[in-house]
Design a protein around this ligand. Structure first.
Ligand SMILES: [Zn+2]
Length: 67
């Protein structure tokens, strides 16, 4: 499962969440203050080992992005 980074819109706390691809923020809450629907950040994990795996997944799910 890929990791996404979210930022709390209330306290600006950033945290990582394991989510299925395409899952939204509706069911997420900030671990610090409990505020709902945090903002998704663009993940800065291009150098981590699983970024290649993520790219592969995206290629399979959204091949039009890579043409
Ligand atoms: Zn918060």
């Amino acid at each position: 499962m890929p990791i996404y980074v979210y930022e709390c819109q209330k306290c600006s706390h950033e945290f990582e969440v394991y989510q299925n691809i395409g899952e939204g923020n509706e069911n997420l809450t900030c671990p610090e203050c409990g505020a709902k629907t945090p903002k998704k950040l663009v993940t800065p994990f291009k150098t981590l080992f699983w970024s290649g795996f993520l790219d592969d997944m995206e290629r399979k799910i959204s091949p039009h992005k890579f043409k």
